[in-house]
Write a protein that binds this ligand. Structure first.
Ligand code: FAQ
Length: 313
């Protein structure tokens, strides 16, 4: 087939909502866009383990600790599903991971904020995983099959994460004055950074139009942000807590909540590596990479031995 015919076949499949699979022909720009988005997502899951892991040794009860351990391990699994999905597009995991360590690839801005209290762990489960689900449920229908299938598995676990987060914040909301104040403080610090997770406004989002045309993204950044706010404000009210946004109001005519302007300067500063924890997060990953070098060496020696044995047999 000529390139024009291959392109026409690809376009027909996208139009008909059929999956593009790893061995199918695809335009190079589609492939590169997926490599970018899937790997950034994978990096987010892996870096996202750090803020909550900070509280593993200080969880208030054994039950909370066991749940948190399981959740943090789930995030590692999500990273692995996603790196594997990205590898089907022909990128090398080592190369991609090195780019993260060198600060040449992005991960979600939200993980550059510190976890200062136990309430932050509940709020991450409730708000951050809640935002992740709104975004990721849509990605279960992404046009690239291996990505969409990875997202189905991830979403099942994320919805458990969101519920454990809400259960943890409910316990604090029903607690004493100090616990309620700790929860309100955590909400105040995480509210706006959570809204930033959906990315820039549609008018400032360079990748959205093409990603939506290719059906990688099914909804725009602003649509998903609005959906998250509409889902979350009633939960906030049920807790008896408030959002740090005086402009947050219910709009009868649109049937949506209106909200204030996001501080985009802060968002872009965090993306440039100038957030509170950017340096600390990458340093932690660099240290882990270096101290784990013996594991990689042992695994590669073992793999070589097994290959030699197979050849000799
Ligand atoms: N942080 O043109 P757009 C989680 C970048 S997983 C950092 O709108 P796009 C689970 C964007 O990459 C959270 N960078 O981009 C968990 C682009 O840069 P580039 C991660 C951001 O791709 C919970 C530039 O700005 N989820 O939380 C951010 O069309 C708890 C222009 O933006 C995903 O990655 C940001 N917030 O839309 C784990 C979901 N926003 O590449 C542990 C998959 C934008 O051109 C604990 N990804 N940028 O240099 C997506 O859906 C999309 O990539 C968006 C951005 C919506 C994030």
């Amino acid at each position: 087939m000529t390139t024009e015919q291959l392109q026409a076949h690809f376009d027909t499949k996208i139009e008909a909502d059929l999956s593009i699979e790893a061995k199918d022909w695809m335009p190079d720009a589609y492939r590169q866009n997926l490599i970018r988005q899937i790997n950034q997502h994978a990096h987010s899951e892996i870096i996202g383990m750090l803020p909550e892991a900070n509280w593993l040794t200080r969880a208030p009860t054994l039950r909370r600790k066991a749940v948190l351990l399981a959740k943090v391990q789930d995030e590692a699994g999500h990273g692995l599903y996603l790196y594997s999905a990205a590898e089907t597009l022909g990128c090398s995991r080592q190369d991609i991971y090195q780019k993260l360590l060198d600060g040449k690839m992005k991960y979600s801005s939200i993980f550059n904020y510190p976890t200062l209290s136990w309430a932050d762990v509940g709020v991450i489960g409730w708000l951050v995983d809640g935002a992740a689900i709104v975004n990721q449920v849509a990605l279960c229908r992404a046009s690239y099959g291996p990505y969409a299938r990875a997202m189905v598995k991830i979403c099942k676990e994320e919805s458990f994460h969101q519920r454990q987060g809400y259960e943890a914040v409910m316990a604090l909301a029903k607690g004493n004055e100090a616990q309620r104040a700790m929860l309100q403080d955590a909400i105040n610090r995480f509210w706006w950074p959570t809204l930033m997770m959906f990315g820039p406004n549609d008018s400032d989002s360079p990748n959205s139009a093409q990603s939506m045309a290719w059906k990688i993204k099914r909804f725009s950044n602003d649509e998903l942000r609005q959906k998250f706010i509409d889902n979350t404000v009633p939960q906030l009210e049920a807790l008896g807590m408030t959002a740090p946004d005086p402009a947050l109001t219910w709009d009868e005519t649109t049937g949506h909540y209106r909200f204030g302007e996001i501080n985009w300067d802060e968002f872009y500063q965090v993306l440039k590596g100038r957030g509170i924890c950017n340096h600390e997060r990458l340093e932690a990953k660099r240290r882990a990479w270096e101290s784990g070098s013996w594991v990689r060496e042992a695994a590669s020696v073992h793999a070589k031995k097994m290959a030699a044995k197979k050849q000799a047999a």
